[in-house]
Design a protein around this ligand. Structure first.
Ligand SMILES: [Zn+2]
Length: 263
């Protein structure tokens, strides 16, 4: 489908693209419009202009709420960063999660990490499915630890940043029952034998919790959520993974501090 647009004297064609997407966030643009940051299934992460979206009776209604799973049609303009949204329909809303503050912050964290770690216009079907699965688990279970650990683990792994959590990054020895240590400048975790010279701030982690989490993340999240309780020490593993995510994003994540306050 094509739309003929006119700029000055020249006519150009703008292809209208249909895609599924997750709304990451929106920014105000001037008095009436918004820029929408989207993670699309067919084009990867993009930004597009939603004309009139700030108006009270906007045709977009609630479809541009952060985290909405939508189907949309966007005009893609050659050599332009920003597409132009044509229409949007909601497939699944996560708006209700706002009622539970902790769940809401957890979902905002997912969205912020997606925006920071996923490169623009790079197709990533597995990351798309990951976001959906994690948002649905947050919505359904109102538990933060397992969905966020699963999210951090996989978003790091899909981006190629995840170290093996069960072996020492220095000497390759498998952690048994002892502690493993993490410090930000390291490529992964180290055992006590390689700990010498590490900054005093290096945090000890339970090798057992790390192995348990790595095992759980190898299966679908639904299976893990069906287990009656979360593993001991999972909050520490979540903190560790968040540190690695933040180190990769090379900036402080706004929602990480908020998460620490609610959990
Ligand atoms: Zn070692």
């Amino acid at each position: 489908m094509y739309c003929r647009g006119i700029v000055g004297a020249s006519t150009f064609a703008m292809p209208l693209v249909e895609t599924e997407a997750i709304v990451l966030r929106t920014y105000r643009l001037g008095e009436a419009d918004k820029i929408v940051s989207l993670f699309t299934r067919q084009m990867g992460r993009i930004r597009a202009v939603a004309s009139g979206a700030q108006r009270p009776k906007s045709r977009y209604g609630g479809s541009l709420e952060s985290m909405s799973y939508v189907r949309l049609w966007v005009y893609e303009r050659e050599n332009r960063d920003l597409g132009r949204l044509n229409s949007v329909e909601i497939l699944e809303s996560f708006f209700d999660m706002q009622k539970d503050y902790a769940t809401h912050i957890a979902a905002q964290f997912v969205v912020e990490v997606a925006e920071q770690l996923l490169p623009e216009r790079e197709l990533n079907e597995r990351a798309f499915r990951l976001l959906l699965v994690v948002l649905r688990a947050l919505k359904q279970f109102r538990e933060i630890d397992r969905p966020l650990v699963y999210f951090d683990y996989w978003i790091l792994r899909l981006a190629g940043f995840l170290p093996d959590l069960t072996v020492c990054a220095e000497c390759g020895r498998r952690f048994e029952t002892d502690a493993a240590y993490y410090a930000e400048r390291l490529p992964g975790l180290v055992g006590p034998e390689c700990r010498k010279g590490l900054a005093a701030g290096a945090r000890p982690m339970s090798a057992k919790s790390l192995a348990e989490v790595q095992r759980a993340c190898a299966a679908p999240l639904d299976k893990w959520m069906a287990e009656p309780s979360k593993p001991n020490g999972i909050s520490a593993v979540r903190e560790l993974l968040e540190s690695i995510v933040e180190a990769q994003a090379e900036r402080r994540l706004m929602t990480r501090g908020l998460l620490a306050e609610v959990t």
